[in-house]
Write a protein that binds this ligand. Structure first.
Ligand code: CTP
Length: 419
């Protein structure tokens, strides 16, 4: 199946500057993934980059001309025939990945002796740089000073990772994997989005209620819908806090991750982060019951085969109800969104939860079909709001559902009381 386009990247013009590092092979993957996501990728290569990979490789994955010479004119794909101006003009983002120590030094100083550095000077869009080099070079005071200078110029940086280099040495300086680069590109592109300057708290996953140090009670929530909502909120420009029980899903780049386990932990954490938040989106499947006592040691079975322990349950706090009370006093968060996972009477149950929990919007989710709800990558939901409006969203990826939810949040926020 072809990978799904990313709404934020659709038809965005991205210039990808590539310099002479062994990590160039990762830039090929990046160019390919950006193109699959819907972006128009114009690659600019330095002479050193071409010693590792040929322009044809990039041209093959982007389907667009590759630029490598300051002295030849641009292509008909560009807004003007002067390549460096054409590339910089009208682009949404200039990414330099990998960026060598030499290119960093030139960019910091404003030197412009090849197409990549001339384009960087001419560019009016945000510039995002991913340094890649051996640890000694990265840690060198000259490189560190250049990075500080670039940041002071407003350039965004992607921090290199620690690990093993091609040289066999170990240290900090590796180009991150494509998913991280893509995430940083999304974060940089989204900073002027409709939720810029807003703080959004999202919860995800099924809570885990401990029985003893080994066992717990949980539910089938995978956290995928909550993570997709967090990514959509990042893509809309907000500062996102993701309170999650889920382990193993890739974190949306740019979101602050807060790992929790139980409903009680989640309540504490939501309360700690909600005080100055504009929006709370409770996508988590919070347990309603927990073991009344948590055994401090593993519960052992005895030799008698009919010896079965009884686990007494008690109620957990309802997080949305607690926030409703808080909100009645302070007015914050401005907008709260809940999810309703139902096996029957979907709309009636969802609407009663919307009222009881004082929500602005509820995402009603029929969990009985196999292609929607728990653990799947797709979902089918109905969005209900306080005015009685009902919006059905037919089977779609959880990313698309998340975008629809965040789109409604944007509308609700713009209608809510001014701060
Ligand atoms: N929720 C919550 N605190 C709880 C239980 C649920 O904040 N202790 C939130 C969920 O995150 C979701 C919404 O309330 O956004 C509805 O959750 P759901 O499990 O569908 O409803 P419940 O209120 O638990 O009611 P029931 O399980 O009886 O359907």
């Amino acid at each position: 199946m072809a990978s799904e386009s990313v709404t934020l990247l659709n038809d965005k013009r991205i210039v990808l500057g590539v310099t002479g590092s062994i990590a160039v092979y990762k830039a090929v993957d990046l160019a390919s993934k950006l193109t699959q996501a819907g972006a128009l990728v114009d690659v600019v290569m330095t002479a050193s980059a071409k010693r590792f990979v040929t322009p044809l490789t990039f041209q093959s994955v982007t389907g667009r001309p590759v630029y490598d010479d300051m002295w030849t004119s641009g292509s008909s794909e560009l807004p003007t025939h002067i390549a460096h101006v054409g590339l910089g003009e009208g682009s949404d983002l200039f990414v330099i990945a990998p960026a060598t120590a030499n290119t960093l030094a030139k960019l910091a100083a404003g030197a412009a002796d090849d197409l990549l550095t001339v384009t960087a000077l001419a560019a009016r869009c945000p510039v995002l740089i991913a340094p890649a080099m051996d640890g000694g070079m990265y840690g060198h005071p000259a490189t560190q000073r250049n990075l500080r200078d670039l940041q002071a110029q407003g350039v965004f940086l992607i921090e290199p990772e620690e690990g093993r280099f091609a040289s066999g040495l170990v240290g900090k300086g590796r180009l991150p994997e494509t998913a991280t680069l893509l995430g940083m590109i999304r974060w940089t592109l989204s900073r002027n989005g409709p939720l810029a300057g807003r703080k959004v708290v999202v919860t995800a996953g099924g809570t885990r209620e401990a029985i003893d140090p080994v066992r717990y009670i949980t539910n089938r929530s995978s956290g995928k819908q909550g993570y997709a909502v967090a990514q959509a909120a990042v893509d809309a420009g907000s500062d996102v806090v993701l309170v999650t029980t889920t382990v193993g899903l890739p974190a949306p780049i740019g979101a602050t991750m807060v790992p929790v386990a139980s409903a009680g932990d989640m309540l504490d954490s939501v309360q700690a982060h909600i005080a100055n938040a504009d929006v709370l989106i409770m996508a988590a499947a919070v347990a309603d019951f927990r073991p009344a006592e948590i055994a401090t040691q593993k519960i052992k079975k005895s030799l008698a085969s009919d010896d079965v322990p009884t686990i007494e349950l008690s109620r957990t706090a309802d997080i949305l109800l607690a926030i409703k009370e808080q909100r009645e006093g302070s007015g914050w968060p401005r907008v709260t969104v809940g999810f309703a996972a139902e096996s029957h009477d979907l709309l009636d149950n969802a609407r009663s939860k919307l009222d009881r929990k004082g929500l602005d919007l509820i995402v009603a989710n029929d969990i009985m079909s196999t292609d929607a709800g728990f653990e799947t990558d797709t979902n089918r939901v109905v969005l209900l709001d306080r005015s009685g409006d009902q919006q059905e969203i037919d089977l779609a990826s959880k990313a698309r559902i998340a975008e629809a939810v965040v789109g409604r949040v944007v509308e609700l926020l713009s209608n809510s009381a001014p701060q």
